[in-house]
Design a protein around this ligand. Sequence first.
Ligand code: RIB
Length: 299
Amino acid sequence: MTSISRVLVFGSTNVDLVMRVAALPVSGETVLADEYLAVPGGKGANQALAACRAGATTCFISAVGNDDHARLALTELERSGVDLSGLAQSKRNTGCAVVLVDDAGRNQIGVASGANLDVHAGQVSNEQLQSSSVLVLQQEVPALENLQLVRRAQQLKIQVLYNLAPASNVPDELLAGCDWLVVNQVEVSFLAGGSHVDDVEKIARKLSDRHRLNVVVTLGDKGLIAIVNGDWLKQAAPLVRVRDTTGAGDTFVGYLAAGIAEFMPIELALGRAVEAASIACSRMGAQQSIPLVDDVVTD
Ligand code: RIB
């Protein structure tokens, strides 16, 4: 039987090499960490796991190499029951990220894309698309593949949630084919031409009007602002002790996609996603920090 709260995530898989440092390095500086952890990550994989932990039936389409990192990268997804039947094997190495985290929980991340460069839209069947309520995309796989999927989803009238992370230019056609755009402050600044943006609301409104889509801007510890069906929504974030912000944005995206797929009232879906992302910030790592739905308190 096909579940109606099905989330389809198309995107990247990485192994994260996580190092805790006292302070993030400046250009040309070397910093030391006592140890490193090798853990599952990748924006696509994190978002798929978050949607699954939020309670949605989740299918994840990606690619990994034929290496030990592939096994490690898929551990949590397999354990949680995410459908990985559309996964491809690439001749390249599994994607790998070096994640530096400082004492305030801020991070710097470099990613070697590897197998993620071979993820392609043809891995997604029309049947998989049609049986999904929401298609979730981000930007660690080739842009053209995302565009092709957006076109197909549009034809099949499947909602598309696009997370513009990491920030890069996208064609207008792609944004116009999406229903939801999720961006953080850095990504909004990028869309506004690269400089720091004081008036986030103005940019969000412009994007929403121009592409006729719902726009959600996450603001870190300040919560979020959103324009949904033309109306402004705001959501504060709970106060938490921040340990590591890695994967918090992915937790937000996965939880929001699950809420949309469940036809949750949007205020509730946004509130739950903010709460889940805040919990993720209070824990170390990307995937191990994503809370189970029962741990997320909503009003
Ligand atoms: O968003 C966090 C993720 O970004 C990490 O897991 C890392 O793999 C990079 O893709």
